[in-house]
Write a protein that binds this ligand. Structure first.
Ligand SMILES: [Zn+2]
Length: 338
């Protein structure tokens, strides 16, 4: 095994007005991802947490919402007959349909629930179990007529800081014959790791992280939950599903484990007064050296004077920052998991 957790320390000295202009040292840690070799910066100072946002003023727009139950079956698009003759996919309260504004070959939306707005502690396992089941059904039926579409993401953007234009909780399901940059980086690095070591990176990583007990959270069935050594976002938690590279053959139990891990993470975010998040499942068919990965991050909470969390560092220098030390996040979030 060649997994290395490389890091180096940077330090900035300054005379602080907060302590009578005494000289203080502020450390920053640069960490190198053991797979992709991408650098992340762990900043050690935190912004003050804003007060809990009052959502009552922005949640009363449900009359015009296309995703609310009175509209969703009348005002949303339908799939073409070759893919899903019945037009939409419905399981429980979840409803899947094509995105009116797609960004690739196949873009769908899955509305998760009847509720127009949910606080992070109001999502339930059934919402994600049904939502993922709808997403997987869409993927299976699309791949049945177009097997070259091997690269899929199941993602959620929640609230405006997460890039969502619609408040009503929903997933994005996007499939293409070409990978995204992130999928390609994961695949290339996993493939060369496999060529050099003859083993699966993800299995090796999980074995090492379990032994170190610093970033491994728990396993829920075959889904392993851990905090990234070199995160690419705030409060980043990952889940990886043993024995799968794509979502297409996930069993009910594995779907439910993914839902439980997301719920556990959202409960932790909620108690930290965070209210916005993104997650992505990177689902790739036909690659033996890749293992299904889910990555969830928090975003700067919605607040009256919004602060974006992507600075020139992220958007122009491609250097990602995280505002909590990963080992501290793991310690703090562990009690929220079963
Ligand atoms: Zn709605």
């Amino acid at each position: 095994m060649e997994i290395k957790f490389e890091r180096f320390h940077l330090q900035s000295d300054l005379r602080s007005p907060l302590v009578g202009f005494e000289t203080i040292s502020v450390p920053t840690e640069v960490r190198i991802d053991p797979l992709t070799k991408r650098r992340s910066r762990i900043i050690t100072w935190g912004l003050l947490s804003p007060a809990r946002f009052d959502f009552s003023k922005i949640t009363d727009g449900s009359q015009e919402c296309f995703f609310c139950p009175e509209n969703v079956l009348y005002k949303t698009p339908q799939f073409i007959k070759e893919i899903i003759p019945e037009g939409r996919v419905r399981i429980g309260k979840a409803v899947g349909f094509p995105n009116l504004n797609p960004v690739g070959s196949y873009g769908s939306v899955v509305v998760l629930c009847h509720e127009h707005f949910l606080n992070l502690n109001q999502f339930t396992p059934e919402m994600y179990e049904d939502g993922f089941s709808v997403a997987i059904e869409i993927i299976r039926r699309t791949m049945a007529i177009d097997p070259d579409t091997r690269y899929w993401q199941i993602s959620q953007n929640f609230l405006a800081p997460g890039g969502s234009t619609i408040l009503h909780p929903h997933l994005q399901v996007i499939g293409d014959p070409v990978p995204t940059n992130e999928m390609e980086a994961l695949l290339n690095a996993s493939s060369s790791y496999h060529q050099r070591n003859g083993t699966l990176y993800w299995q090796d990583l999980i074995q090492i992280e379990k032994g170190l007990e610093k970033r491994y959270i728990t396993n829920i069935g075959k889904v392993h939950w851990f905090v990234s050594f070199a995160p690419i976002g705030f409060n980043e938690v990952c889940g990886s599903v043993e024995g799968h590279g794509s979502v297409t053959a996930l069993a009910r139990e594995e779907i439910s484990s993914l839902a439980t891990g997301i719920l556990s993470t959202l409960k932790y975010y909620d108690e930290k007064d965070l209210n916005s998040f993104n997650f992505s499942i990177y689902s790739i068919s036909g690659e033996d050296y890749y293992q299904l990965l889910l990555r969830i991050i928090s975003r700067t909470p919605l607040q009256p004077y919004y602060l974006n969390d992507c600075t020139s560092f992220e958007v122009l220098q491609s250097e990602l920052t995280a505002n909590i030390i990963p080992e501290e996040l793991c310690h703090g979030i562990r009690p929220y998991f079963p």
